[in-house]
Design a protein around this ligand. Sequence first.
Ligand code: HAM
Length: 456
Amino acid sequence: MPKIQTINRLKGFRDILPEDWYYWQFAISTMEELTLSAGFERMEIPTLEKADLYMRSVGEETDIVGKEMYIFDASKMGGGKDKKKDKSESLVALRPEFTAGMVRAFIENGMQTWPKPITLYTLGRCYRHENPQSGRYRELSQFNVETFGEADPAIDANVIALVWDIFRKLKIPDIEIHINSIGCNECRPKIKKLLTDHFKKKQTKLCEDCKKRLKKNPLRILDCKNEKCQPIIAGTPVAVDYICEDCKKHFMSVLEYLDEAGVPYNLSPNLVRGLDYYNRTVFEVTTEESKRQNSLAGGGRYDYLIESMGGESTPAFGFGIGIDRVVDYLQNNSVKIPKSNSKVNIFMIQLGDEAKKVAIKRTRELRELGLSTGMAIGKDTIKAQLKAADKVNALFSIMIGQREAVTNTAIIRDMRDGVQETVELEDLNKRIYTMVEERIKEEEEYGKRSKLKNLK
Ligand code: HAM
């Protein structure tokens, strides 16, 4: 028989297997828990938007939009009536990031009338057709936080402090926060002119991309990763020295608030970020391991974006964490995460056809009572099934063998210490429900006590 060709996943796309998912779950739940406790609310936006949205916000000249966007003409698809002739309407793109979509949602849902500041978060997949390499994927996941409606520098510091807390809770203690100010619409033209004059003299030595950047946005040359440009970048005038008095005051306040909050940072005069919408404070998070290429998170202030997209002038600040990179870090550094957050209360173990029938019926009844259940139907021996129960950290297992099926009984086994008791089937649901309830209460009490102990 001819060998059938298998179909593999696309380059830069990944499968997340159950053993990896524990890390993902730990990373996401830690980020969500802290963000929710800081008063942010979750929302969702579409994965697919009009390509124009990203072109106008992130910027057509940026790598993310200019080179890496998954963009296609939706008018040529399917049999729908939605076949617009207008090219800009039909060109759609998979989101390369969240901020543009969040801003569109802000304007479209009339959020300017909501009490401010508006604090929101979202998470999910984004798509960038980058050159895949370690820590750089074409399908990537971000945890994204935005604050709308407040220009106070305390917002910048407070949100950066949230990032710091998230990384500490994620057990990634060796992060570095790099921070800079790139000025505002008042002072940026002056800075751009200064940089243009500086780089023009060395134009021939710049890479091809930077030659284009020199015309469009010389600030972005500072962000170039090309080896060729590094010596030229090294001798550049420092933009932060040329920002206006208001921007200086804002930046100094952010730093003071961070000092006060005990959040360490590095001043990084060449940090400009690869998206066009930022002004004033910008920041990135790296670790020793991730270096500059692979920042774990990045963000900043974007006070002009909402207005430039047709909304009311509204200051804003936000950040995105690369969840893939966080998970890679946890796995590469064998960071111990809390053992499986499995919520399986009861694992049903059965032996023989009759027992299997009873077990299936009982598991459904227990689920209806609100208990979570597990079962390893294909496994024949008690030993293999007990191993499966252990693997998912079940609190109790219920064992129904041939004898129990005939005598209408079941054995409850406490998976913590192996203590077993036999119960009549008619009493099983009530008994196991009480046992699970008591165990969960006990574990919660223990959790609270250890938290208090850490406070002392
Ligand atoms: P960004 O720096 O482009 O910012 O992305 C945020 C994070 O996403 C990066 O720090 C990195 O960890 C992760 N990331 C980016 N590209 C990749 C990739 N190809 N593979 C794996 N991870 C990646 C933004 O997207 C802004 N929208 C953040 C923001 C929110 N600014 C204000 N609000």
